[in-house]
Design a protein around this ligand. Structure first.
Ligand code: LCS
Length: 416
């Protein structure tokens, strides 16, 4: 256990923190990521005038307990090649899993990776052979498709059903696609980005049963597992299938504690043969600061996370209230998980335009739209609510101003 201790400090999620000049994707990477454009691309807004609600990291400071652990590690002054050797790391992970998900797994199943995306690329490569196919639910986080593209695999998409913004799995379609003998692996997002769904136990069991009975491996990407509305619980898919070794779980506190740039994640691989391949082929060295930060997150992050969740609960209520009042034809439900609001604005959006470009140019808001989520996301925008309330309110005001007009935006309710 690292030495840091802080007792129930109130954390400040209203603080505006300047991210410019830190090589942040959030401030400096949007031209390339959203618009696939060079750094010369011009907008009617200066870069520091944008409200940025796009990439899924937070505008909140990483918890001080984690920063202290990084500083403590820095004080050891040597940053040489590192891997996870100290058993305290596994103990910290295991204790978190036990406390939050009532789940455990043997120490030897735990591998680590420089982020979940690289792990997805690798796992798919190790599991699949040429001409295999990969199955996902859509809409989907875009990098799932990249994992198939990277490995030159055909991607098979099962569109989720959407009834007034309530997403469910089309099990008939999913099963029919899983039955394709070429489908070898499914990347499953639990909880789901972008809809924010926490799957019910029944849904998880059906997904698992369909895949396993059709010889389809499952990579369960559970990166959003701690970003839940207060009172909600996460169920790791693998917990429901203790007798299979065909479910790999990817988890990380990186998104939860706003340290995605440290690129460190857990990959729980129960299958011995796959683990052997991973150990033989995975580039094993890790950033020592990332190891220290991740361990500290699991050891000392509870209180900060509790307060973060409460702040995000309120941000979601602001959005809910605001959408109901000013965009009554939009479809939005507060999701059970993620800090992402997935909103159907078909009734208001201009037709045949790129919505990210429209909002960037007309409103000075950077956001992602449904077309960036592989398939089945038409008409949606995704707003990242992990920002100070003042930023959120200004973002909402601007969005409404360009969709329905100035007067409505001026009447925006103030959340109390
Ligand atoms: N998996 C899912 C489902 C994600 O949503 C993200 C980040 C990652 C993996 C990234 O994992 P990493 O490699 O950082 O460990 N999601 C983002 C998103 O929706 N927009 O920006 C990042």
């Amino acid at each position: 256990m690292t030495k840091i201790s802080r007792i129930n400090a109130p954390y400040d999620f209203d603080e505006l923190i300047d991210r410019t000049g830190t090589n942040a994707m959030n401030t400096d990477g949007f031209r390339q990521y959203i618009f696939n454009a060079p750094s010369e691309m011009k907008f009617p807004f200066k870069d520091d005038e944008f409200i940025r609600m796009w990439i899924a990291d937070m505008d909140f400071a990483t918890p001080p307990e984690i920063l202290d652990a990084v500083k403590e590690r820095l004080d050891r002054r040597i940053m040489g090649y590192s891997q996870v050797f100290d058993p305290a790391y596994y103990e910290a992970v295991a204790s978190w899993m036990e406390r939050y998900y009532d789940w455990s797994f043997p120490k030897e199943h735990l591998e680590t990776s420089n982020g979940i995306i690289p792990a997805l690329y690798e796992l798919v490569e190790y599991i699949c052979e040429k001409n295999d196919k990969m199955l996902i639910l859509t809409p989907s986080y875009g990098f799932f498709k990249s994992a198939a593209d990277h490995n030159q695999l055909e991607l098979v998409c099962s569109d989720m059903l959407n009834e007034q913004g309530q997403y469910t799995i089309d099990f008939d379609d999913f099963e029919a696609k899983a039955k394709d003998e070429k489908v070898r692996v499914c990347i499953f997002c639990n909880p789901h980005n972008p809809s924010g769904r926490i799957w019910s136990t029944e849904e998880l069991k059906r997904v698992g049963e369909i895949c396993l009975s059709n010889d389809v491996w499952i990579i369960s990407d559970e990166i959003h597992c701690d970003l839940l509305r207060t009172g909600k619980r996460h169920t790791p898919l693998a917990k429901l299938f203790p007798d299979t070794d065909r479910i790999i779980t990817c988890m990380s506190p990186s998104k939860t504690f706003n340290m995605a740039g440290l690129m460190f994640s857990n990959v729980i691989i129960p299958n011995k043969a796959l683990r052997d391949i991973w150990q033989a082929r995975h580039y094993g060295f890790k950033n020592p600061l990332s190891i220290a930060a991740t361990q500290a997150a699991y050891e000392h992050g509870d209180e900060w996370l509790k307060q973060l969740k409460s702040y995000l609960d309120d941000n979601f209520m602001v959005v809910d209230q605001y959408v109901k009042q000013h965009l009554p034809l939009a479809v939005f439900h507060i999701p059970d998980a993620t800090y992402l609001a997935w909103i159907d604005i078909t009734a208001y959006a201009p037709k045949d335009v790129s919505l990210p470009l429209f909002f960037a140019q007309q409103a000075g808001v950077l956001l992602e739209d449904g077309r960036m989520f592989v398939a089945n996301g038409e008409g949606y925008i995704r707003l990242n609510l992990a920002c100070p309330r003042s930023v959120l309110e200004e973002g909402l005001r601007r969005i409404v101003r360009v969709l329905v007009g100035q007067k409505q935006a001026d009447e925006m309710p103030v959340f109390v």
